[in-house]
Design a protein around this ligand. Structure first.
Ligand SMILES: Cc1cc2nc3c(=O)[nH]c(=O)nc-3n(C[C@H](O)[C@H](O)[C@H](O)COP(=O)(O)OP(=O)(O)OC[C@H]3O[C@@H](n4cnc5c(N)ncnc54)[C@H](O)[C@@H]3O)c2cc1C
Length: 317
């Protein structure tokens, strides 16, 4: 079966991997998540700040609110993706890097994508080429991150998925004994603190944006406010762990749905599938979502409960 996966991010590459022999490797790499309720400075429990022992932030004894999720520290994401790409190429998968899919065509018999010209490609008269290449397949999976809504719109499919700008700051570890060895997620303020070797990476300060604005940087004052939130959360949860006065800041866009769950779903077109809008957890759930969408393409019932599948369907909105 020929399958086109649109999207060069983790969702796309994991989806492509789900058809090949690398699936056992993906299964091994899928992180497990453990929950451990904690809540610093929550009005519900009145606890000002919990202690931090053995590098693991502790839940205050008086606290009953599930305000955080603790997960294992992620593995090396760039290396994981590069190895997958290499394995896929060895297995015959073709990558069309630097190409943009400008439209999708799908009907009961066949599906195809229109690929825009390569960067710098010129026509016979030396002008910028406008030639579109048509590539057909048995099925298409749209896993194009924030590009997904526009691509689906070419088929008249409109979903309430929105770009969200997320901030991150990376700061060197200040005191080793105070730095956690697991990821801490403040699920109330939606801020994640992850240790990456000798640095802490703090992510959050989300801003909902229009598609048009995602191509422009945010105003300085908005960025400052977002980064201040991250600094405060670091101070609340892991006081003294990182030198937040010397951080490296970055922001990026992710696609989110109104209920926060991804869309891993068949569509009204028998040959078209979606694997997108993973929000804050795209890396965490990429391999599992890929396995589900691969089963759908093959017409196999995915190995997840039926309620989970319906919670991920596009027609839930
Ligand atoms: C600051 C920040 C921190 C994060 N931290 C974490 C974390 O700690 N853990 C975690 O699990 N997740 C995290 N995430 C979320 C995670 O990064 C995303 O959920 C994940 O990267 C989404 O992957 P994706 O493949 O769906 O989309 P993307 O990575 O956006 O990839 C989409 C790809 O599709 C391509 N594309 C788009 N349109 C087209 C088109 N028309 N034609 C061809 N190609 C197209 C794009 O060029 C891109 O390569 C974070 C996100 C941000 C912004």
């Amino acid at each position: 079966m020929d399958v086109i996966v649109i999207g060069g991010g983790i969702a796309g590459i994991a989806t492509a991997s789900a058809w090949s022999s690398v699936m056992p490797l993906l299964r091994k790499a899928q992180p497990t998540v453990t929950t451990a309720p904690c809540c610093p400075r929550r009005s519900t429990c009145g606890s000002a700040r919990r202690s931090c022992r053995h590098g693991v932030p502790q839940k205050p004894a008086s606290c009953s609110s599930p305000a955080s999720i603790l997960t294992p520290v992620p593995r090396n994401c760039p290396l994981f993706t590069k190895l997958l790409k290499q394995l896929l190429e060895d297995g015959g998968v073709q990558f069309q890097l630097g190409r943009e899919v400008t439209a999708i065509r799908a009907d009961a018999q066949r599906a195809a994508v229109e690929l825009g010209p390569r960067a710098g490609e010129v026509d016979g008269k030396g002008r910028k080429s406008r030639d579109v290449e048509l590539i057909g397949a048995d099925a298409i999976v749209v896993a194009a991150g924030t590009g997904t809504p526009a691509l689906l719109a070419t088929l008249g499919i409109r979903l309430p998925l929105h770009p969200l700008r997320l901030h991150t700051l990376t700061a060197p570890i200040a005191y080793e004994e105070r730095a956690p060895h697991i990821t801490v997620v403040d699920s109330v303020k939606r801020i994640t603190m992850t240790r990456i070797n000798q640095r802490m990476r703090v992510t959050g300060g989300a801003v909902l944006e229009s598609v048009a604005k995602t191509h422009k940087p945010m105003t300085e004052s908005m960025t400052r406010r977002a980064l201040a939130l991250l600094g405060q959360a670091t101070h609340d949860w892991i006081p003294g762990a990182a030198k937040v006065s010397a951080p490296r800041a970055w922001d990026g866009i992710r696609l989110v749905s109104p209920d926060g769950l991804p869309v891993v779903s068949p569509t009204g077109h028998a040959r078209l599938f979606i694997n997108a809008a993973h929000g804050p957890a795209g890396w965490g759930i990429a391999c599992g979502a890929a396995k589900v969408v691969a089963a759908m393409v093959y017409g196999i019932t995915p190995e997840v409960p039926a309620e989970t599948l319906s919670a991920l369907r596009m027609d839930r909105f």
